[in-house]
Design a protein around this ligand. Sequence first.
Ligand SMILES: *Cc1c(COP(=O)(O)O)cnc(C)c1O
Length: 358
Amino acid sequence: MKKHNFYAGPSILPQETIKATADAVLNFAGTGLSLLEISHRSKEFDAVNVEAQQLFKELLEIPEGYEVVFLGGGASLQFCMAPFNFLNKKAAYLKTGVWAKKAQKEATLFGEVIEVASSEDKTFCYIPKNFEALVPADVDYFHITTNNTIYGTELHKDPDVKVPLIADMSSDIFSRRIDVSKYNLIYGGAQKNLAPAGLTFAIVKVDALGKVDRKIPTMLDYKTHIDAASMFNTPPCTSVFAALQTLKWLKAQGGVAEMERRKVVKADKLYSEIERNKLFKPTVIDPADRSYMNICWIMNDEYKELEKEFLEFATAQGMIGIKGHRSVGGFRASTYNALPEESVDALVATMKEFEAKH
Ligand SMILES: *Cc1c(COP(=O)(O)O)cnc(C)c1O
């Protein structure tokens, strides 16, 4: 039976990425060696690294003055690397989820942190209103988490504030066009919408570096990685190769604008069914706050006892990874770029079928 992959991360990748990576594991770029055993300094891998960074810039229309770097440590290491490099005295944070909260906690090690607004009072099921007006004008940056993977909320546009932005875009990068010029830094783990685990990306405004008074350890300094074109230390070669395949796929599909179109189609179908189906209800009430990438729902009050049964029923129909995060319960379907519309249709059909049984 066909499996539909709704995992939140690591998560679905284009079939093209998986096939090309599998081929390269056997014979990389005609070298007769495996991608798993080649030197990162070989000219063949160097070409992959360079092309991946170049395509990253092209697809996101990254302006002059920014560099893309590939790092290790996950988005979680960026929670400290961002303030290490950009927080001199004071920074503002928007607390819209557990990842946002973790980022904010790390920043307190480096300076004063202003919590602009929080949605923790309601298990992060909404985006605070009018937060832009609350951002102080004298902070070094304003940190946001554009998509809250666990709770299914999302900021659908770049905030309008007078200070530079820093964003964790782990779970919605390449799903919408962004005005990169508003940001000093955009970072994320690649394992949600781009590549297998092990790769972290950062888009850095080069001019904005070097403005903090503290000393920065070599490996935690963005400048180190920019100067070395992400080859200061050994990169996760396999993940970088796979990322390049996803970027090529993205371009062939019509780029970020096309992903933007598809994600709305997919998410609208699923949210409509959640609202229509008598068994279910969404956890994020305001449609303006709803994520296009991670769609969360729970059983309606009268049908609470059917939660386990639905999960088993859906899993038996090939719906993989729809169990909600333990802090929210219920269900979560991740509809990342690589998820075909057909998988959403299959999930909707499963929900209808389960409703008919009850
Ligand atoms: C998954 C996720 C993280 C954590 O990423 P790691 O690479 O595991 O450190 C951080 N932020 C967001 C928004 C995420 O979705």
